[in-house]
Design a binder for this molecule. Structure first.
Ligand code: MN
Length: 216
């Protein structure tokens, strides 16, 4: 797998790597195949620790600032960006029904799962080096992964004196686990669509969709 070989990493346990790349939709269709969720849990913790240590050793930030910076570099958008950069998104195993629904959430989760697999197979130092090799260049470039697209879109629309409106078009799932689908309209025309676990998240995604399409 190029996303490991490029970094001179070779896992002894190939099964572990397969698990890290397997979404539950694929595992559900193939008896005895495990999905990445438990490895993701582990990788998430390794990632947090490595980036915490990095900011502790390499910055003079106060606690709150370290938290903010770490959050920026381990947020979903950031992890999905790294994963795509190293070609990890091409290796994910999805079930038939999910095949066309590869999204940033899954890509980011698989990135965490791969880190979990490296940690188990090769230990902390190797996983730490992998994480830093990938992320530090972005830190040096001062990348902002938490762009507030709602504000951006608002500003964009204001300059053109157009109206902006968000509307929930679909709502499904049980009360404690709802999913919202939101559209954003500019002068009554739908420009973007977003799905999220909260109205806020769905609105952000709809705004991002519209912003990237229109504000060029
Ligand atoms: Mn995750």
């Amino acid at each position: 797998m190029m996303f490991l070989e490029k970094f001179q990493i070779f896992l002894k346990d190939k099964q572990l790597l397969e698990t890290a790349l397997t979404h539950s939709s694929y595992a559900n269709e193939h008896p005895k195949v495990k999905n990445y969720e438990r490895l993701e849990f582990l990788g998430d913790a390794v990632l947090e620790l490595v980036m915490s240590e990095y900011f502790y050793l390499n910055s003079a930030y106060k606690e709150g600032e370290m938290t903010k910076h770490r959050a920026n570099y381990v947020c979903e958008n950031a992890l999905a960006t790294y994963a795509k950069k190293i070609g990890l998104d091409k290796e994910i195993r999805l079930g038939e029904g999910q095949k066309h629904n590869l999204n940033n959430t899954i890509i980011a989760d698989v990135f965490e799962a791969v880190i979990g697999a490296i940690y188990l197979d090769q230990g902390f130092e190797v996983s730490k080096k992998y994480i830093l090799d990938i992320i530090v260049p972005y830190v040096k470039d001062d990348w902002n992964f938490n762009i507030d697209y709602k504000t951006r879109l608002q500003e964009y629309v204001q300059t053109d004196k157009k109206s902006l409106e968000y509307e929930v078009v679909k709502e499904y799932g049980e009360a404690h686990n709802k999913t919202f689908e939101v559209v954003v309209k500019i002068d009554e025309i739908i420009y973007g669509r977003g799905i999220g676990k909260s109205k806020r998240e769905a609105e952000q995604k709809a705004a991002q969709d519209a912003y990237l399409k229109s504000a060029k």
